[in-house]
Ligand binder design. Sequence first.
Ligand SMILES: Cc1ncc(COP(=O)(O)O)c(C=O)c1O
Length: 433
Amino acid sequence: MWTGRVLRAALSEGPRGRRAQSALAQLRGLLEEELEGIRGAGTWKSERVITSRQGPRIHVDGVPGGILNFCANNYLGLSSHPEVIQAGLQALEEFGAGLSSVRFICGTQSIHKDLEAKIALFHQREDAILYPSCFDANAGLFEALLTPEDAVLSDELNHASIIDGIRLCKAHKYRYHHLDMTDLEAKLQEAQKHRLRLVATDGAFSMDGDIAPLREICRLASQYGALVFVDECHATGFLGSTGRWEHMAPEASGLASKGTDELLGVMDQVTIINSTLGKALGGASGGYTTGPGLLVSLLRQRARPYLFSNSLPPAVIGCASKALDLLMDSNTIVQSMAAKTQRFRSKMEAAGFTISGANHPICPVMLGDARLASCMADDMLKRGIFVIGFSYPVVPKGKARIRVQISAVHSEEDIDRCVEAFVEVGRLHGALP
Ligand SMILES: Cc1ncc(COP(=O)(O)O)c(C=O)c1O
């Protein structure tokens, strides 16, 4: 924002210099006020600096010794899997550090095409398109697809990137209450006047670990002539055929766990899936849309984050590609994650805690009070366990919680240590009798 010319002017004497200096002073005042407001609201986010690889045990700057990490989206532990790292190194060697180009100019390598084909195969869709992130996939989709003649119906608790993506498009916008099918139906009735209707939802919601009722959503979509879009960032690779789920579709089968559409038996009814390579699929970065071939062709022509941002680097492609291979070869990693999730949830519930959500590796330990959640999270860290407390405005008032995320690479001892620490800290703070 402050170009060299403005800075030079600000440093110079004379009326131009004085005007520029006062503009800088004004900006400084505004920024200080804004930052103070964030601090005052208690929503300041500080970052802990990790000095090791991502994994179940990490080293954090300023905290002596290793700590047990229960707050990464590293559900399958592939972020530091030796074969994933090796594949990244190999792609780096063979294809270089990066493309210095967007895809359509000279940024498409064979590995980009191969990974897109692999993603489509994994999800059993016609085609797929890669983006620098799933945030970008969500930013690119709605604007490219929907016109002012169309409508989009979005769950009120959808991820910020879906909300922002929808903001960018000119379609009519309807927001239905979280998971509320009566409200969605009312909104679908209202939206009958539009050309296309697209229902947009997270597959699994990250704050509560709850799962969208995709069967009901797809039934309503079919009744009211709507398309269904699902963001599968917290589901791809580990929900589906191998999890143990109350509502699991009997036909869910195969090795790889594709996501909530497979879990709930509606793979053929969900039209568009966006997901990330930055969580279960190796954890590097990148996102994608997978769905009908014609839609993917349109996105390659129109989606702005695809057209105007650099290609994913080869090492990232190599890692994600290997992660998908591992998941398509065997379901043992997913089963291990599911078993550890079960272990944590049942031990915590037996100890007297309330764990919200479906049987997801996101395990929110519900505490209610914001201060309690924050103090307990601090005390967990003193016992070598890294967990994060969430409170208003990230979650509704009175629903503060500590969100624990289980990974396939946690050992059973890690899980038990975490539960023991929770019990100790919970008693200390009166959260348990
Ligand atoms: C539901 C959901 N959608 C989209 C994103 C964005 O994914 P990425 O990190 O690939 O941009 C996230 C990441 O936090 C997410 O949780």
